[in-house]
Design a binder for this molecule. Structure first.
Ligand code: MG
Length: 438
């Protein structure tokens, strides 16, 4: 069952900075952890539920937080580490949809209207996102699902755990607000929950007896404009009736999907690089399919020991159909390069992206029209000869779709291309979250 009215997910990590600190130092588990400025004007950036139970809140002056919670473990914060985790988080989002509006390091809106065929209903996608976040980051998040951004954001707050003196009470994790439930959900809340209502507007509204969004909703648009000003008044009137026309805005259009890996030691021959290339290509193919996208150009990036970097590309006339095809083209690109100087980083990406659905429509007529190698951005160097699509390509595409389904169910270690199996070792599959940092 798809629900065309519920396309917005708001995903928000639970006390993100504090949770990262506890993850990295398990001895902090169960203690009131407060991350924020430690100077005289310091402010709380994030705090664990144990700290919240004593009344500590984000944005509270640190001095006040310490009065409320004298035994708090205060941590100055490690921004680079939070940024790393944020990158993993956004990688998880990209597994589910290319339409992502990042709000902060640990929070984003996702438009999942193109994701139902692969991942189910919006509610199911909400649960899947939560599971993947826990798998990849080892942390928890909360998800709100609704027709509009405002309601989705408020719903994710409802999904969160609650801090009590007796301990943390788990939240539902995912909260769905159906269109017919919106007003009942919205109206008991304080007006401050609406975008555009700061302390000043709230104070002015309170003088008119307006405390809740429901109080606001009974006022006419005209009287609201008189109280809050023309633009804000009009917006508040709309929001209080559940109307929120803003769509999920991706800040940067998705131009390519790729993976790269920095090796612990430089690689000097093709035989060493090939298994890595297969793993990267397989992972890129999987991400393309899970995003419902395909592309026409395979890019291979190499960074050498002296940090010089080259990119080689090859474009097809039609859409790429499988990971095997990405691997084959990337391998041909690699073959033509001298890796003797030592490779420290290898990357594979696919660009010239388009939604799979629209590509499929044209696929049949394009299947035999692949054209010869084109030069990459840094000069000629495509694979030798013509790259023609193999006749078994559509069959491969079906096999890979089946493999995706198995991984979805049993985890990404369950199956993978034979080249990623190392003798005597567990199957290694290049996964989101496997990225090496330096
Ligand atoms: Mg958060």
């Amino acid at each position: 069952m798809s629900a065309p009215d519920l396309e917005v997910l708001h995903v928000d990590m639970d006390c993100f900075f504090a949770a990262v600190e506890v993850l990295d130092d398990p001895s902090l588990s169960g203690r009131p952890v407060v991350v924020g400025g430690t100077g005289p004007r310091g402010v709380v950036a994030s705090c664990s539920y144990e700290a919240r139970a004593t009344g500590v809140r984000s944005a509270m002056p640190m001095a006040q937080a310490l009065r409320r919670c004298p035994n708090a473990v205060v941590i100055g914060g490690r921004h680079a580490r939070y940024a790393e985790m944020s990158e993993l988080l956004h990688g998880v989002f990209r597994e589910f949809t290319p339409v992502i509006e990042p709000i902060s390091l640990d929070e984003a809106f996702l438009d999942v209207s193109g994701s139902h065929r692969l991942f189910g209903t919006s509610e199911e996608i909400g649960h899947r996102v939560r599971r993947r976040v826990t798998e990849v980051l080892g942390l928890t998040c909360s998800v709100g699902v609704a027709r509009t951004k405002l309601i989705a954001k408020l719903a994710s707050r409802e999904a969160k755990p609650r801090a009590t003196r007796k301990g943390t009470v788990p939240g539902p994790g995912v909260v769905v607000v159906l269109p017919e439930e919106e007003l009942a959900f919205l109206h008991p809340r304080p007006v401050r929950d609406l975008w555009g209502v700061g302390p000043k507007t709230a104070e002015r509204l309170a003088r008119y007896g307006v405390q809740t969004i429901g109080d606001l909703a009974v006022l006419s648009a005209d009287s609201l404009e008189r109280v809050a000003g023309r633009a804000v008044g009009r917006q508040l009137h709309a929001l209080s009736h559940g109307e929120d026309a803003r769509s999920v805005q991706t800040s940067v259009a998705l131009k390519s999907i790729g993976h790269e890996e920095t090796f612990p030691t430089d690689r000097h021959d093709h035989a060493e690089l090939h298994p890595e290339l297969v793993r990267l290509s397989d992972s890129v193919g999987r991400r393309l399919r899970s995003a419902g996208m395909t592309g026409r150009t395979v890019n291979l990036k190499l960074r050498f020991a002296d940090f010089s970097t080259i990119v080689r590309s090859h474009s097809l006339a039609g859409p790429l159909l499988s990971s095997a095809e990405i691997t084959r083209i990337a391998s041909a690109l690699l073959e033509g390069l001298d890796v003797g100087p030592g490779v420290r980083l290898l990357g594979v990406s696919v660009s010239s992206l388009e939604p799979l659905e629209s590509a499929r429509g044209r696929q049949l007529s394009l299947i035999d029209l692949d054209h010869p190698a084109t030069a990459g951005p840094e000069g000629p160097g495509g694979p030798d000869g013509r790259q023609r699509r193999r006749p078994d390509e559509p069959a491969r595409a079906e096999v890979e779709a089946a493999v995706d389904a198995i991984r979805q169910r049993y985890g990404s270690g369950a199956v993978g291309p034979a080249t990623t199996v190392e003798p005597g070792s567990r199957l290694r599959v290049k996964d989101l979250g496997d990225r090496q940092w330096g």
